[in-house]
Design a protein around this ligand. Structure first.
Ligand code: SF4
Length: 200
């Protein structure tokens, strides 16, 4: 079972296979695993995750711990917060990021962004498209087109509690003209847009 893995100088944490999206470009469907076998036959407990992360951090220096994984980490948000608090207890200056589809408020049926305060340093929300129709065409959310507005509201709410909130698009999956529309949207919501490369 792969709970942690290194990408560059980040320690990535794999907490679940589950996701509310089924994106066309998802690494789960287009590859056997970009970083080894990440498919979890059984989800690790929050204690197992914390142990694995603390062990990986012991004697090593990482720029960031990143909750990312094969699936959507915020489906286990309470467990992610538990682990993040445990990391901050032993490594107070360790930066922690969540890479997310931004649907946490829809998943949990309430504004969960206050839970991020004081433990999460950065939230990177995958925007992927400039409007709800295109988003749903690409990402196939179980929340339908509401997922698009939900993720923007999540990013906006998260700004109150998290020092850095980013919207991201994958360069190879979106035309340049749509990237500019996404940039305008990010400006409107007061967050940065990151254009990232596809993970082959
Ligand atoms: S949101 Fe992420 S994990 Fe979920 S289907 Fe899309 S790319 Fe895969």
């Amino acid at each position: 079972m792969t709970i942690t893995y290194r990408v560059g100088n980040g320690l990535y944490v794999n907490v679940t296979n589950r996701c509310t999206n089924s994106c066309d470009f998802c690494v789960r469907s287009v590859a056997d695993g970009a970083y080894g076998e990440l498919w979890l036959e059984k989800e690790p407990s929050k204690e197992e995750i914390l142990d694995a992360v603390l062990q990986a951090l012991s004697g090593n220096s990482y720029d960031e711990v990143v909750f990312c994984g094969y699936g959507e980490p915020t489906v286990r948000l309470d467990d992610v917060i538990f682990v993040a608090k445990g990391i901050k207890k032993d490594f107070p200056s360790q930066k922690i990021r969540i890479n997310t589809n931004g649907q946490a408020n829809l998943i949990h049926g309430k504004d969960v962004t206050p839970l991020l305060a004081g433990v999460i340093d950065c939230v990177s929300v995958s925007l992927n498209a400039p409007d709800p129709v295109e988003y749903q065409n690409i990402c196939h959310s179980e929340f339908g087109e509401a997922a698009f507005w939900g993720l923007l509201d999540f990013a906006s709410d998260a700004k109150k509690y998290v020092p850095s909130v980013i919207l991201s698009v994958v360069r190879e999956t979106i035309p340049d003209s749509d990237i500019e529309k996404c940039r305008s949207l990010a400006d409107k919501y007061g967050v940065k847009l990151k254009v990232r490369d596809f993970i082959k």
